[in-house]
Design a protein around this ligand. Structure first.
Ligand SMILES: *[C@@H]1O[C@H](CO)[C@@H](O)[C@H](O)[C@H]1NC(C)=O
Ligand SMILES: *[C@@H]1O[C@H](CO)[C@@H](O)[C@H](O)[C@H]1NC(C)=O
Ligand SMILES: *[C@@H]1O[C@H](CO)[C@@H](O)[C@H](O)[C@H]1NC(C)=O
Ligand SMILES: CC(=O)N[C@H]1CO[C@H](CO)[C@@H](O)[C@@H]1O
Length: 548
């Protein structure tokens, strides 16, 4: 065959093209295997680039948080400050009845920036380009067959319309919970099969929010932990004396521990699948398996791994300079807000619990809210009348202050929301403007509760700056030592809290019965005094895991 110059050119071109294709294949192949979601993500990003850089008013921005969040939300490059998550895999657990309510918001926020993750449910499902795996697919038929807990598993496969329509018609949320516990150990097994050999595995639920910058920084820089050790970290709870990492808060397992648990004990998952029918909870069973087979117990890293959300977190002592790594009970809207907050902070410093308060909660604080429960229930004041005592809820009755320890304000606190509000006020310390040095001496000698400070006052002369300084220090200590920040009043039960939290609305009573209305109030002066006395957090208080 005669080779014309043109066909030669084609052949050279073809050769080069083939080589280029092959090289591209070699380059891309590991990503296919490792990161099945990379494609969708890049497509998404290229489409967004094409659409331009959307910049919006930041809906979180308000008078109260101008210092901490930006006025505008530049949503064009959401993953720019996202940490490198090499070696770490997120495994999210959900249920078929809730997946479509919960998963999409994750995909639009944090999961959008993770190169790889796994989502497990109790049915195989598809959300757009993302696959949700059935954690129970390999569960033995014999263990499922006569187990009522699997009714939902069977029913939802039969559902001819959307899961939500089938569930709404039955209104039986308990069934999803009953099925949930069986997923934990099969998820461990399938995760190791599908994504073996990662350094760390982070397990979360569909209502858990993960603060990735803090998690990665802690794991790699601050924790001093080695993924080659067998580690199980989380927020520790107990059931029947057994410690376990609370599932909803999220928990962390080292790759080495997961490998040992799955590879070295072949019958383990099967054994626990059967055992599940007699246990309450999957997170507890996981802890039992880790202890039984690997002799590993959970190590406590609460409050970094946290079971609350921004509106229920008890801000105050012990919840301030600590960095936050996870939150729980987050609905879709809350997940989106916290993500938006992360995206629009004015700083990239470590996100502390205090920052959540300043960015998201402080702007919502006001003196009182009606039909509101701020979750005040640390110390209670209830009418001593036996009938009133009987009416009050048991756990609140148990938290009553001993009458002999009450001051006059506390004795009257149950009578009305206004009386209840005064309890926190009785812990106030005078403002600096109010205490000239004579005032200091006077107060000290008249007020037995400040007996500690007598020494300070004794050698006080009106010009003594040092004494003033010492007094100030002691006032600051008092501000920090406050044990009453807010109150809640309802049906002659007054309770106060030793932390401050926003809480949630309560239904208004049917008739206009003021007594039955929930009233909540915040002692803003006390809260702000405490915050001021705490000062800046000089450094993040990372928690070292308690020894197991
Ligand atoms: C942004 O907020 C300002 C007021 O702060 C308002 O006047 C303006 O209409 C808002 N823009 C958009 C696009 O919503
Ligand atoms: C938004 O961010 C993108 C990418 O980070 C940047 O190119 C663009 O200039 C920003 N837009 C505004 C208005 O700041
Ligand atoms: C702080 O409060 C505790 C208990 O309420 C009390 O025992 C202690 O003396 C207080 N310390 C100061 C400096 O007021
Ligand atoms: C909304 C909410 O969590 N309310 C709680 C308020 O506090 C009482 C007493 O502790 C609880 O029973 C409620 O569940």
């Amino acid at each position: 065959m005669i080779v014309t110059p043109i066909s030669r050119r084609y052949r050279v071109f073809g050769g080069i093209a083939a080589l280029a294709l092959f090289a591209t294949y070699l380059h891309v192949r590991p990503q296919w295997k490792e990161a099945p979601f990379e494609y969708a993500r890049e497509y998404y990003h290229s489409v967004k680039d094409y659409l331009g850089s959307p910049v919006y008013n930041n809906t979180l921005y308000s008078e109260g948080n101008k210092q901490t969040v930006n006025q505008y939300y530049n949503s064009s490059n959401p993953c720019a400050n996202f940490p490198n998550t090499d070696g770490v895999l997120l495994v999210m657990k959900t249920g078929a009845t809730e997946a479509f309510d919960r998963i999409p918001t994750h995909l639009l926020t944090t999961l959008n920036c993770l190169p790889d993750f796994l989502i497990f449910s109790d049915m195989e499902q598809q959300v757009g380009p993302y696959h949700i795996y059935d954690a129970l697919a390999e569960f033995e038929e014999s263990a499922k067959a006569h187990n009522e807990d699997f009714d939902l598993y069977r029913d939802q496969k039969e559902c001819p319309v959307s899961q939500k329509s089938c569930v709404d018609a039955k209104r039986d949320g308990q069934k999803a919970w009953n099925l949930d516990k069986y997923k934990f150990l099969p998820i461990m097994e399938q995760t190791w099969k599908m994504r073996p050999g990662r350094d760390w595995y982070i397990f979360a639920e569909a209502d858990t929010y993960v603060f990735w910058a803090n998690v990665m920084h802690w794991l790699k820089k601050e924790s001093g932990l080695n993924h080659r050790e067998k580690l199980y970290l989380g927020s520790r709870s107990f059931i029947g004396g057994t410690p376990f990492a609370h599932g909803g808060s999220g928990y962390i397992i080292s790759g080495t521990l997961l490998k040992h648990l799955i590879e070295y004990h072949p019958g383990m998952v099967k054994q626990y699948n059967v055992k599940g029918a007699h246990e309450c909870c999957g997170d507890l069973m996981l802890a039992q398996a880790l202890e039984e087979y690997e002799d590993v117990k959970v190590r406590q890293i609460w409050p970094m791994i946290n079971g609350e959300k921004p509106s229920t977190l008890p801000y105050g002592p012990g919840h301030w300079c600590e960095p936050i790594m996870t939150m729980h009970h987050m609905n879709a809207e809350e997940i989106s807000s916290v993500w938006q907050y992360e995206q629009t902070r004015t700083t990239d410093s470590t996100l502390l619990i205090k920052d959540l308060y300043e960015g998201l909660i402080q702007p919502k604080m006001q003196v009182t809210r009606q039909n509101w429960d701020n979750l005040s229930d640390d110390v209670c004041y209830i009418n001593r009348d036996p009938h009133a005592q009987l009416r009050a809820e048991g756990h609140l009755r148990d938290r009553q202050k001993d009458e002999n320890d009450m001051n006059d304000v506390e004795k009257e606190a149950w009578k009305s929301p206004e009386n209840c509000a005064k309890v926190c006020g009785s812990q106030d310390v005078p403002d600096e403007e109010e205490w000239d040095l004579h005032g200091i001496a006077e107060r000290t000698s008249n007020d037995p509760s400040t007996a500690n400070d007598t020494e300070v006052a004794e050698d006080t002369s009106p010009s003594d700056a040092a004494a003033r300084e010492a007094w100030k220090k002691s006032m600051n200590e008092k501000k920090r030592n406050r044990s009453c920040f807010q109150y809640r009043w309802h049906e002659e039960v007054c309770c106060t809290a030793k932390s401050f939290k926003l809480g949630a609305p309560k239904a208004a009573p049917d008739e206009d019965n003021l007594n039955a209305r929930w009233t909540s109030g915040w002692h803003l002066k006390g809260i702000n005094d405490w915050i001021e006395a705490m000062g800046e957090c000089t450094k993040p208080e990372w928690k070292s895991p308690d020894p197991s």
